[in-house]
Design a protein around this ligand. Structure first.
Ligand code: BEZ
Length: 244
């Protein structure tokens, strides 16, 4: 505990809560969140500030992967505690000047929220004074098509996010929803998935006696089954082209 964390507690949205509503100005026009994204997944992620190196590397990586997220029915919305003109200048600099790890000419097409007054950042618990009282930490909120927060990940200022992990989380959440399964440690599409636990002594017995076909049981409460990678992509990925 440090001096800031002792001072006060704040309400922060939690997994399972409705995503707090807000209207904001962004680099792609005004948005009404999460209402504008009903029917699609959306990832809302925060950055400490514009024109900073870790943020720049993250923004380029996310922009490069945007189409991949869109194909999985997911939009991206960024937030940085800076003003609109700073955002525009930063995104122009990224496109015109920055070449990083083979990425160049990167055009950020998803909205970047202006949040100079930290109104949205405070609503979402992105300001964590023990880390910094004027900059947002690196938060990632996964919000489902009904506007419910399904996963939250926080990183400190010094640590750039792993975007393959962010994509893995999105696919795992959608897989759990569509196939009524859970996903084990380090799961990736093609790996076995976990079936719901036995709900009665009879089912527990059947599982231990291996009478349920297709299941592999490590014990009565821990059974997996195969789920083909192709089946997951066929369910998750959009069939129709994305209109931008
Ligand atoms: C960065 O994005 O590089 C950064 C931002 C705030 C504090 C430290 C690093």
């Amino acid at each position: 505990m440090n001096e800031h964390s002792e001072l006060k507690t704040v309400n922060m949205p939690r997994i399972g809560d409705k995503a707090p509503e807000f209207r904001a100005i962004t680099t792609q026009g005004d948005i009404h969140f999460p209402n504008d994204y009903r029917g699609r997944w959306v990832i809302l992620f925060s950055h400490p500030a514009d024109f900073t190196p870790v943020c720049t590397s993250e923004f380029m990586t996310f922009a490069k992967m945007e189409n991949q997220f869109n194909q999985a029915n997911c939009d991206l919305v960024g937030l940085s505690v800076d003003g609109l003109y700073s955002h525009i200048a930063w995104l122009r600099t990224i496109k015109e000047k920055i070449e990083y790890k083979g990425m160049k000419d990167i055009e950020v097409q998803f909205p970047l929220i202006e949040d100079i007054k930290m109104e949205v950042a405070n609503k979402y618990g992105m300001i964590q004074p023990g880390e910094d009282s004027t900059k947002a930490v690196r938060a990632v909120f996964f919000i489902d098509p009904h506007g419910i927060i399904r996963t939250i990940i926080y990183y400190p200022l010094s640590l750039g996010r792993n975007f393959d992990e962010i994509y893995r989380v999105l696919v795992a959440l959608q897989t759990a929803d569509k196939f009524s399964v859970a996903t084990p440690a380090d799961w990736k599409p093609g790996d076995e998935v976990i079936v719901p636990p036995a709900g009665s002594c009879g089912v527990a017995k059947d599982r231990m006696e291996n009478t349920e076909e297709d299941l592999k049981c490590y014990d009565w409460f821990f059974c997996t089954k195969k789920l083909k990678e192709e089946e997951i992509w066929n369910t998750i990925l959009r069939k129709e082209p994305i209109a931008h």
